[in-house]
Write a protein that binds this ligand. Structure first.
Ligand SMILES: *Cc1c(COP(=O)(O)O)cnc(C)c1O
Length: 368
């Protein structure tokens, strides 16, 4: 049996006909940049996430940058974030000229440990970026207690957590601004690059809108320094169509995760993902941990099962951050996660047979 890591084709097939006709409309109207498809998607995405504003942009990385840039993060500032995340979280800070400061993750949620934040705060700290990794939110209340007391910003990187819940509330509206990615493989994916920033703050939303479009809200009049971070019309159209399926697709991911956990629970030498009591996990990734990770990955691959590593090198040990002076053992939880993590095939529509096959192969590997 072949089990792919993800399957975009079956997802795309659901919207194929409607998407082709929306794309034809965009071509006929030459509405290639922003336009009605994008503004319609922005309203629908904001409504789905119970947040006032959604500003659609060119990628999740650009959304990371805008969320910080629009809140005046600049050279000389420090931004605290987890050591275990995708590199783009850090680009949000570096693109503003600011310094990323890493903190270790919690041993169960794998998200930034609220107890490891305060020791990283200096008089240069301007923000904490809480990443909702793998589809589960960070524990935001204790983090917010710190950021409010220290008078610094709290920002969410929700690139992997569309419609995840924290204490019954949707990710994306729980901080001053949140960034989302619509990279094709994300839980909500475009037909190319895409991202968004969400916020409940009217003034900040207006500023983000202008920074996205050359610092302007009137053509050729530029109030701020800006950039071109606009979303393309075709992406807005694809995302608007896919958004209607997001809840169903998310429930399918949750059902697949429940099936894996049922079949693998109690298996020695592997650690399963845990859904924290505070939230609802949307399983962008189903990440197990095992000391013999390399061998298991090879064994599964030889059995026709594709897996992934998210992520094999924590940010504090990346070559590009050498000059920041971190060393091995600085963040034990993030480092053991990097050594032991293995992402199993996960996509809406993965069959019970495929999940059973993967689980059987894992158990067989552990016996052998
Ligand atoms: C995917 C991702 C991003 C970047 O998104 P792109 O759309 O690929 O630029 C940022 N942060 C996290 C946590 C991600 O997973």
């Amino acid at each position: 049996m072949q089990v792919p890591f993800t399957d975009l084709k079956s997802q795309n097939n659901v919207i194929r006909e409607e998407a082709l006709s929306s794309i034809a409309d965009i071509i006929d109207n030459s509405s290639f940049i922003l336009g009605k498809a994008v503004t319609d998607f922005e309203s629908a995405f904001a409504e789905e996430h119970e947040v006032k504003h959604c500003i659609a942009v060119s990628s999740g990385t650009d959304a990371n940058h805008l969320a910080l840039w629009a809140q005046d993060i600049k050279s000389g500032d420090e931004v605290i974030m987890p050591a275990n995340t995708f590199i783009a979280t850090a680009w949000g800070a570096t693109l503003c000229g600011a310094k990323p400061v890493f903190a270790d993750c919690h041993g169960k949620s794998y998200n930034i440990d609220p107890e490891k934040i305060e020791e990283k705060i200096t008089d240069k700290t301007k923000a904490v970026v809480a990443v909702h990794l793998y589809g589960q939110t960070a524990d935001l209340d204790p983090i917010r207690e710190i950021t409010e007391r220290k008078n610094i910003l709290l920002i969410e990187d929700a690139a992997q957590s569309h419609i995840a819940l924290y204490k019954g509330k949707k990710a994306g509206g729980l901080s001053s601004a949140a960034s989302f990615s619509f990279y094709p493989g994300k839980n909500l994916g475009a037909f190319g690059e895409g991202g968004a920033v969400t916020t409940n703050d009217d003034e900040l939303a207006q500023r983000i809108r202008m920074l996205r479009d050359h610092g302007s809200d009137k053509k050729y009049y530029h109030k701020y320094y800006g950039h071109n971070y606009r979303m393309e019309g075709i992406q807005g159209a694809a995302l608007g169509l896919k958004l209607k399926h997001l809840e169903t697709w998310t429930e399918k991911r949750r059902a697949a995760a429940a099936k894996y956990s049922e079949l693998l629970r109690g298996t020695e030498r592997i650690i399963l993902p845990e859904e924290m009591e505070y939230g609802k996990h949307v399983y962008h990734l189903y990440v197990i941990r095992i000391k013999e990770r390399e061998q298991l990955q090879k064994y599964l691959n030889a059995s026709g099962i594709s897996t992934g590593l998210h992520y094999p090198v924590p940010l504090h040990l990346q070559e590009c951050f050498k000059e920041l002076g971190y060393c091995k053992k600085d963040f034990p939880n993030s480092e053991s996660l990097a050594d032991e993590c293995l992402s199993l095939p996960m996509f809406p529509g993965i069959s019970d047979e495929q999940i059973s096959y993967v689980s059987d192969k894992i158990k067989h590997f552990l016996k052998g």
